[in-house]
Design a protein around this ligand. Structure first.
Ligand code: ATP
Ligand code: MG
Length: 344
């Protein structure tokens, strides 16, 4: 396979309150990767339309997610930060990929099954097509690395399958257009660290999610110290003391989750956290955990509140980022049209 220059792409949906799972599984990684790679971070507003939404709320949460990116330390000058709908090539490439991807591939996607639930027949076509749009988001920039939480692994595999099939199906045209043996890289998921799947505080078998109806299931980046302390105090646990050995966390999803959060926030391993708290009761551990969460989130929350009062700044970041993203996407889309035979 041809060598592609390394580039990072990832997105977050403006569907509601950003939470600790989004931070540890995704945004914290985004911040780290900007040290080593050119990065594109996108507020994926088109994805947020796949479930019923309020127009006013979508505009507000789009600015809120952007503010969170900035507050967590993403530098919009060194990297590209923008909202997806401003660069129409994402939607355009989705159609091309819709004609490459197979129905059988989409049928296997577990996120669709979970989000559609029993109302499958009534789910939007957009919700079904979500992973194809996600493949287009990544591949329109020929991104090679995609930092995401565990839950997005299957969608990344689909993006790789689409890229591979496009490269195979159009191999002669790709070569004839001067792009050698492959037009798209096969993007790699970057799923790393002790908190790639932060679980709900109410149910250790369910992922922490923006769309969970219970606010007690998650810690929002905008929660104040009292709310954080209360949510952690009420978080579900079992009645055994904390074990000394990481293996003993198996079968104890709530304990495993809280230990994982502590480890991720303090840049330690779960084993190191257990060494410190082994044999102790949850009450003491929860107090220490609340302190750590509050300490880490307080500066992010403060900066998000400051940016909420300065929407003009946030809007200028999105507009500037979109212009730079478009400059990368447009020539790629033109080449794709040439390859598939669309006259332009
Ligand atoms: P929704 O419920 O609307 O799908 P979400 O919380 O899943 O919201 P997304 O915008 O879909 O958030 O995902 C943004 C990023 O956060 C993705 O990379 C995703 O993998 C990651 N992420 C989401 N939830 C978690 C979690 N609980 N733990 C770790 N990473 C997560
Ligand atoms: Mg999600």
């Amino acid at each position: 396979m041809a060598k592609f220059p390394e580039r990072v792409f990832s997105g977050v949906q403006p569907t509601g309150n950003l939470h600790l799972g989004n931070y540890l599984g995704a945004i914290k990684r985004f911040v780290e990767m900007q040290k080593t790679h050119p990065c594109i971070y996108c507020v994926v507003d088109l994805h947020a339309m796949t479930l019923p939404h309020e127009p006013e709320q979508l505009a507000r949460t789009t600015r809120e997610v952007t503010a969170a990116f900035l507050a967590c330390g993403i530098d919009p000058n060194a990297n590209i930060v923008f909202n997806q709908s401003r660069v129409s090539e994402h939607a355009e490439l989705t159609w091309v990929f819709d004609c490459v991807a197979r129905v059988g591939w989409l049928e296997r996607m577990t996120q669709f099954k979970e989000k559609a639930g029993k109302g499958r027949e009534n789910a939007s076509v957009g919700l079904y097509n979500y992973p194809v749009l996600m493949a287009a988001d990544i591949l329109i920039y020929k991104a090679t690395h995609v930092p995401v939480g565990e839950d997005q692994k299957q969608h990344l595999e689909l993006a790789r399958d689409i890229a591979q099939k496009f490269n195979n199906d159009f191999a002669p045209a790709i070569a004839a257009c001067g792009f050698g043996e492959a037009f798209f890289p096969l993007p790699e998921p970057v799923i790393q660290g002790p908190a790639t799947r932060v679980m709900s505080l109410r149910d250790g078998t369910k992922k922490m999610s923006k769309s969970d109806p219970s606010d007690y299931s998650r810690i929002n980046l905008t929660d104040d110290a009292d709310a954080i302390a209360q949510k952690i105090r009420k978080a579900r646990t079992d009645s055994d003391p904390l074990p000394g050995d990481e293996k003993a966390l198996a079968g104890r999803p709530e304990a495993d989750n809280l230990v994982g959060i502590f480890a991720a926030l303090t840049d330690a391993t779960k084993a190191e956290v257990l060494e410190r708290f082994a044999g102790g009761q949850f009450s003491a551990f929860k107090t220490a955990l609340a302190d750590v969460v509050i300490e880490k989130l307080a500066p992010i929350r403060a900066e998000m509140l400051r940016l909420a009062a300065d929407p003009a700044h946030v809007d200028s970041v999105l507009a500037g980022g979109a212009e730079r993203a478009r400059a990368l996407a447009k020539p790629n889309m033109d080449a794709i049209k040439d390859i598939v035979g669309l006259v332009r």
